[in-house]
Design a protein around this ligand. Structure first.
Ligand SMILES: [Zn+2]
Length: 580
């Protein structure tokens, strides 16, 4: 054969091989994937913490994980192939306690004080909002800091100077106090003769006894009729806004920690799912009203049954045991530092709580408890133990969230009772606001031993992290992952500024708390939370490898691509795929 001919033959063979591979050989190949990711550092978060190079996705599910070479077998006609260039892949993040519908509604429709740091800035925000909404019949707001005001809270007269003629109600950051104007107090009939409701405080001028305009906890209910709820349409708009933000943070599953029975928020999620407008997964807990009896359980069951869609389900029941330290409404084992005879009060009587937990447990609700104080957590664990004794043990996966102060003895009871811990690592810091504010309430020792984390891991408790959005803005899990490891304010590295150094967690623990543990906390561990064959392709691509950077830089890393069930729901366009 002459050389020219052999070259020609080779060329023809190459062309045939290419044509065959791309267009004929694989056209009807059932193995062809919709999506192949190659050249990655895929931290699968499986049981062995396997790291892989490549994965393939078909019909929303992961069908292959392994090497680049093997993954090539899944590339066929219609496959999108993305070269990750060595970047890190994680399972989509799971936020196990947040308030997507109401949180985003506050951001869209109300005055937001988040990020503002002085009363002057608050006044300007109120002015600006009022000027922009001249026809408003009422105004709501959110996010002011207790720390900028004295013990009796912000004053009604500050709002009166700007908005005297329509009702105004402004919630604090944590949603545990409401600041109102004089008109609101008048319309609600609140005067100096009005008694404090149970588990609520009408703050008063210490000299005159006049209400100051700050209503804590249950006292805020006295004015709630003056402020209509958001409409279902507004809340649908809010959930869509949340989805957009969450996708950019790599969140693919969120647990709405409080939806109302037949509330507008519940219906907003339901409608969005029906109209195919959910692009991520939501789980939710239905509010349990301490003022109502056991007969409300039937309504919760009926409500739960209304929605079993794949993307929105409300299988949890939300119980608030106490309030917050800075309102003296947390329920403590030892008295408050500033009130030597007062430990706070729980919102439930022990017997009522026990019976309620038993009834919820019997009807297979996951019980999701708000608990800040150590006594509140002990009382909750007692109630879970009561329910387990009465009904027999089952896979109930009850969980306690916030867990600011926890008696070390009680941490072992979490493990014994199979109760999960759902902390907000965003708050693990000696910050100027909460920490400094709380020292006078708790005393130095208790303030320095708040928010345990590593102790839960060590005891073998499942820990699922969360943001409590919109209490935390931004609810970027990479911020929480950093703070969980450093327990310091972002950007602060002084060892003296570490909040309870013994409780620092590891990177792997923090990642697990936002992925596989979150999946477990939502009964989704067979669906998502790790990158394994058969699970949904909920995946994120990061611009940096978290294992190859110092912990105090993690919050600077970014999610550049997010997939939910194999569908791209966020891309910053750093990397693009090739379509075959
Ligand atoms: Zn919450």
């Amino acid at each position: 054969m002459n050389r020219k001919f052999s070259r020609l033959l080779l060329l023809v063979l190459i062309i045939f091989a290419l044509v065959d591979f791309n267009f004929f050989g694989r056209q009807n190949d059932p193995a062809a994937a919709n999506l192949v990711l190659k050249n990655g550092f895929i931290y699968t978060v499986d049981g062995q913490r396997t790291v892989a190079e490549a994965l393939a996705v078909k019909n929303g599910k992961i069908i292959y994980i392994g090497s680049n070479g093997e993954a090539g077998r899944y590339i066929g006609k219609g496959t999108e192939m993305i070269d990750l260039g060595g970047r890190m892949i994680l399972p989509g993040f799971i936020d196990s306690h947040c308030h997507p519908a109401y949180g985003a509604a506050h951001e869209l429709f109300d005055i937001m004080f988040t990020g503002l740091n002085s009363i002057e800035e608050y006044k300007k925000a109120i002015w600006d909002f009022a000027a922009k909404h001249p026809d408003a019949k009422f105004i709501k707001g959110r996010g002011w800091k207790n720390t900028l005001f004295g013990k009796t809270g912000p004053d009604k007269r500050i709002i009166d100077e700007i908005i005297p003629d329509i009702p105004v109600a402004l919630d604090d950051e944590g949603g545990h106090a409401t600041w109102v104007n004089s008109l609101t107090l008048k319309l609600a009939g609140i005067t100096k003769d009005t008694k404090d409701p149970r588990s609520g405080v009408i703050e008063r001028d210490p000299e005159t006894g006049e209400p100051t305009g700050t209503l804590r906890e249950g006292a805020a209910n006295l004015v709630s009729d003056l402020f209509p709820d958001y409409t279902v349409e507004q809340l649908m708009q809010a959930v869509e806004a949340y989805q957009k933000m969450a996708a950019a943070f790599g969140i693919t599953t969120a647990h709405d920690a409080t939806v109302d029975v037949n509330g507008n928020d519940f219906n907003a999620y339901k409608n969005l799912e029906k109209e195919d407008r959910l692009v991520m997964r939501f789980r939710a807990s239905l509010f349990v009203d301490p003022k109502k009896g056991l007969d409300q359980v039937d309504r919760l069951i009926a409500e739960r049954a209304k929605n079993s869609g794949p993307l929105f389900q409300a299988n949890g029941a939300k119980v608030y045991i106490d309030g917050v330290v800075e309102g003296s409404t947390a329920y403590l084992k030892e008295p408050y530092k500033h009130l030597p005879n007062f430990r706070g009060e729980p919102r439930w009587d022990t017997d009522k709580l026990n019976e309620m937990c038993a009834a919820l447990n019997k009807n297979k609700f996951q019980i999701h408890v708000h608990s800040i104080g150590d006594a509140a957590t002990a009382m909750t664990l007692d109630a879970f133990a009561f329910a387990a004794k009465k009904n027999g043990k089952r896979d109930s996966r009850n969980l306690i969230t916030h867990i600011q102060l926890v008696d070390p003895q009680d941490i072992l009871r979490f493990k014994e009772l199979g109760v999960m811990a759902v902390p907000q690592p965003y708050w693990f810091m000696k910050d100027d606001y909460y920490y400094n504010l709380q020292v006078p309430y708790l005393g130095q020792k208790r303030a320095d031993e708040e928010y345990p984390m590593e102790s839960f891991f060590k005891a073998g408790v499942v820990v699922a992290s969360s943001s409590d959005y919109a209490v935390t803005i931004p609810c970027d899990p990479l911020h929480a992952i950093q703070i969980g490891i450093t327990r310091s304010v972002l950007g602060v590295s002084d060892p003296k500024e570490i909040l309870w150094p013994e409780e620092r967690a590891t990177l792997d623990q923090m990642i697990a708390s936002f992925t596989i543990n979150g999946a477990y906390a939502n009964f989704l561990e067979n669906t998502t939370g790790s990158i394994e064959v058969g699970k949904m392709a909920d995946l994120i691509v990061l611009d940096k490898n978290l294992f190859f950077m110092s912990a105090d830089k993690i919050s600077g890393a970014k999610v550049i691509l997010t997939f939910f069930a194999g569908k791209k729901i966020f891309s910053d366009n750093t990397i693009k795929g090739t379509n075959f």
